[in-house]
Design a protein around this ligand. Structure first.
Ligand code: PLP
Length: 390
């Protein structure tokens, strides 16, 4: 029942969240006044840090702060990772967050010689069949919590966030208008329109190149520019859910992890995973994967094109991958493990193979985050087959 008057910037809660995650406990109370309102600035930061991390209960005292010693577990931190065991859902929103964790599967094709590779399959999300369902959902949850009651959302997207936002629009009853760059496969227009969105194509190679146009159009049309590239809900959803559930899964499997490899687009998911795992565990390395200069791999891009959260929490190393290397990794996994990952997932697998083959990473357990599957990318696979044969 604690009430907070002042919301704070996520950035201002980072060091406090890091302390809580590192110590795995809270050591002081949140001070409230007689009306249960958070009383001082330090308490306000602690309140928001715990809220961002997703606890169910907070330690509170009236008047002045008291020392406490209460674990995150006791505060209900892990209650976020609480799937519906029989997979019966009351609506398609529950189908998203009550169906987490997404699967973690050992890949035979990449395991061996002392390396065990686990893929986290983010295409087990229902709207865009990608990791971006999490981002779109949480951006809307936070906008609604903050009082947004508009009827239009505008966004620049490379498809996945757009599909998930279109789903949110369908569920909540608002219109969605999306800008996609020319470099993205043609099927995206059809998928986005089928989901009820209005689609605008621009002669650009990167999604970020359209942000200023979208911002202007939104202010002109009285729409909300939800802005996955700057909206901290994108970082927070992966901190509170994606990273937390991965930790629980690894604990359950008895895996002691050496490293995590994942792609950088907005940098939302890998920055949050880096922050979470580097704060809580010693010696876990994190690798960010980007397209090599001049290459287009949908969903990921080079850090110099501008990313927010990667500067909050930096991977140990960034690995460059070419589109053809990504496609070859996709085909190799498809033909040995029987699942068809998407192109950015292929890039992540190719980066892992480069790190392994150069001896840069030692044998042990690794997690690869696979953002989506290959069904949207028939066009790129077809061009590859035309050039190299199938
Ligand atoms: N891979 C795919 C297929 C994506 O759609 C995205 C983001 O749109 C990413 C990777 C990158 O994820 P993030 O934006 O969290 O960095």
């Amino acid at each position: 029942s604690v009430k907070a008057h002042r919301g704070i910037d996520v950035r201002n809660a980072l060091s406090s969240m890091a302390t809580i995650l590192r110590e795995n406990r809270v050591t002081r109370s949140i001070v409230v006044n007689d009306d249960d309102v958070v009383a001082d600035e330090e308490s306000n930061i602690l309140y928001w840090s715990l809220r961002f991390l997703g606890v169910r209960r907070v330690p509170v005292s009236r008047g002045s702060t008291v020392e406490v010693n209460v674990s995150l577990e006791e505060l209900g931190f892990y209650e976020d990772v609480n799937p519906e065991p029989y997979r019966v859902f009351q609506d398609t929103l529950e189908l998203l967050y009550r169906n987490w964790p997404t699967p973690l599967v050992r890949l035979r094709s990449l395991s061996g010689d002392g390396y065990t590779v686990w893929a986290k399959l983010e295409w087990y999300n229902p709207y865009s069949m990608s990791i971006k369902d999490r981002t779109a959902w949480y951006m809307i949850v936070r906008a609604l919590e903050e009082g947004w009651r508009g009827d239009k959302i505008y966004e620049a997207t490379s498809t996945n966030t757009g599909m998930a936002l279109a789903a949110m629009g369908a569920i909540h009853g608002f219109k969605v208008k999306l800008w996609i760059p020319k470099s993205i496969q043609k099927v995206s227009d059809i998928l986005l329109k089928a989901m009820g969105a209005e689609v605008v194509r621009r002669d650009k190679s990167l999604t970020v190149e359209m942000i200023s146009e979208v911002k202007e159009a939104a202010s002109r049309d009285n729409a909300l520019h939800i802005d996955q590239f700057n909206n901290d809900a994108n970082f927070l959803v992966h901190l509170r859910f994606t990273a937390k559930e991965l930790e629980v899964q690894l604990k359950h499997a008895g895996v002691k992890l050496k490293g995590i490899v994942g792609g950088l687009g907005t940098s939302g998911h890998m920055s949050a995973i880096t922050f979470y795992f580097k704060t809580r565990f010693d010696n876990i390395k994190v690798y960010g994967v980007v397209p090599a200069p001049g290459e287009v791999i949908p969903g990921i891009r080079r850090p110099e094109t501008g990313m927010k959260w990667v500067h909050w929490s930096t991977p140990d190393r960034i690995v460059d991958v070419k589109l053809e290397e990504a496609i070859e990794a996709v085909l190799s996994i498809a033909r040995k493990d029987g699942i068809l990952p998407g192109l950015s997932s292929g890039a992540v697998a190719a980066a892992f193979m480069k790190l392994r083959d150069s001896g840069e990473i030692e044998p042990g357990h690794y997690v690869l985050v696979f953002p989506d599957n290959g069904f949207k990318y028939a066009e790129q696979l077809s061009a590859y087959f035309a050039k190299h044969g199938s």
